[in-house]
Ligand binder design. Structure first.
Ligand SMILES: C[N+](C)(C)CCCC[C@H](N)C(=O)O
Ligand SMILES: O=C(O)CCC(=O)C(=O)O
Length: 456
């Protein structure tokens, strides 16, 4: 996920006044393995269970009291607990190659398990376990390096995210319906890669029917059914108890903030608007606005990142949704990175958990957020029309609409965040495989996936 701070902005980045801002991804502090135990270096390792790597490209390996130590080079080491290695064996007895599920009984592995021998082999680290539990394991080098935890090793950077403002209108990410529907999935990968990078993507040339739009939605994954139905086709008739089913303007918001797990993607396709005007669509990159808030108003950013905001959906007599978590700030982070914007001021409930001295600062912070959110630099207004659908990452990009009159018919669907991420992961395996998969697939693939896939 993108992290940004003034210092990492590329000097070539488009200035703040313009909107298309490419922000350098701050290099994570990669820490290669710390030097070997001070008293040792590869060549001077005491004899015992280690095996010198005679070929320069093979890591050295030796057994310590609790860990196996690998020497990637003369200054880079990784250590793996014996119990950890035994538990992660992925031979056919220990790991179901087809289902990718653990077979070894973790709880029958003696806590003090210790290899009797290790050997650095071209295909990986071979470990002989004691006769009390005789077993041989082999761990590919690329997998060991990727999963190094002592110390953590630098992993391949995630695909970059491009933050944007109103000037994205000059070249909005778009694919064609034909590309999206093509059976080789290459267009589908490009579509979802655009969503991953920009937080939204248009699809042009979509037949202006709910059926074609639903079929398009299902290319991504199964549709998330909610109180609004599965595939929705709506107009301003209050068929559902929500202002989306009126002609009112809707300010920039993310949907389903009242679910414990807000929907991941939202697809919209305007099928008709006759006898009236308005109803333009608003898109705002919440990550772009958050990056500005963080830089210019860090205290406000901190408050909106820590104060939980209660939310509800109570427009249907037979439904009353509130999240099953108290961790619902407007800006949610994981490991210091912004991972979700969760903002719908209309669906916000009573702020009942604020500290008294937080009330005024929080409202100040909210006003600052809203000012940035609604600035001409942030708002991307677009008039949808039949044939052009748009899919939005509902955890990043806010959407809204202007008021309208006349008959307006919009259809679309929600896709769960996990379903979207799964589809993108499967497409990435095919079109942009990771290095561990590339390294291990030939030998260890079953049911279409390497048992050593880095996500497992
Ligand atoms: C998309 N569809 C018209 C079906 C429902 C819209 C629900 C909007 C709701 N206030 C929310 O923010 O989740
Ligand atoms: O009617 C529209 O264009 C969008 C409605 C909306 O914001 C929503 O359904 O969440």
């Amino acid at each position: 996920m993108l992290r940004c701070s003034p210092s990492t902005r590329l000097s070539t980045a488009v200035s703040r006044t313009s909107s298309l801002k490419i922000i350098a991804q701050r290099r994570s502090k990669s820490s290669h393995g710390s030097a070997a135990p001070s008293s040792a270096s590869v060549s001077s390792f005491q004899a015992g269970h280690e095996v010198q790597s005679d070929a320069k490209e093979l890591p050295s390996s030796r057994i310590d009291d609790k860990k196996v130590v690998l020497g990637w080079d003369t200054t880079t080491y990784s250590r793996y607990h014996h119990i950890w290695l035994r538990d992660h064996c992925r031979c056919p007895q220990c790991f179901h190659a087809h289902t990718k599920q653990r077979l070894v009984n973790t709880f029958e592995i003696p806590p003090e398990v210790k290899p009797i021998h290790v050997e650095s082999k071209p295909e990986g680290l071979e470990v002989q376990w004691p006769s009390s539990h005789p077993h041989t394991s082999l761990y590919p080098w690329s997998w060991l390096r990727y999963n190094s935890y002592d110390p953590p090793m630098k992993r391949a950077e995630k695909p970059e995210k491009i933050l944007w403002g109103s000037k994205i209108l000059q070249s909005p990410p778009t694919i064609t319906y034909e590309e999206a529907m093509a059976s080789d999935d290459r267009g589908l990968f490009r579509w979802l890669s655009n969503v991953d990078k920009f937080g939204f993507c248009f699809i042009s040339g979509v037949p202006p029917t709910p059926e074609a739009t639903e079929e398009l939605s299902r290319r991504i994954g199964f549709i998330r059914e909610t109180q609004y139905g599965t595939f929705w086709d709506f107009t301003s008739n209050l068929a559902k108890g929500d202002t989306a089913y009126t002609t009112l303007a809707l300010g920039a918001h993310t949907d389903t903030t009242y679910f414990t797990d807000p929907c991941g993607l939202q697809l919209f396709h305007l099928l008709e608007h006759t006898g009236g005007t308005g109803g333009a669509t608003l898109l705002v990159d919440g990550f772009y606005v958050a990056s500005i808030l963080k830089e210019l108003h860090p205290d406000a950013y901190e408050l909106l990142s820590t104060v939980s905001v209660p939310t509800h959906a109570a427009g249907e007599a037979d439904a009353l949704f509130t999240p099953n978590t108290r961790n619902t700030p407007i800006l949610r982070h994981e490991a210091g990175e912004l991972t979700q914007v969760r903002f719908n001021n209309d669906d916000r409930s009573v702020l009942r958990d604020l500290q008294p001295d937080q009330v005024e600062p929080w409202y100040d912070a909210l006003r600052t957020w809203y000012k940035l959110l609604t600035s001409p630099d942030s708002e991307y207004w677009v008039q949808l029309s039949p044939g052009t659908a748009v899919v939005v990452d509902n955890h990043r990009v806010l959407h809204g609409r202007s008021a309208f009159d006349g008959k307006r018919r919009m259809c679309g669907a929600y896709i769960g965040m996990d379903e979207y991420r799964s589809k993108l992961a499967v497409l990435s395996e095919k079109f942009a495989p990771d290095t561990v998969t590339q390294d291990t697939a030939a030998t260890y693939t079953a049911n279409g996936r390497s048992v050593w896939h880095p996500a497992l």
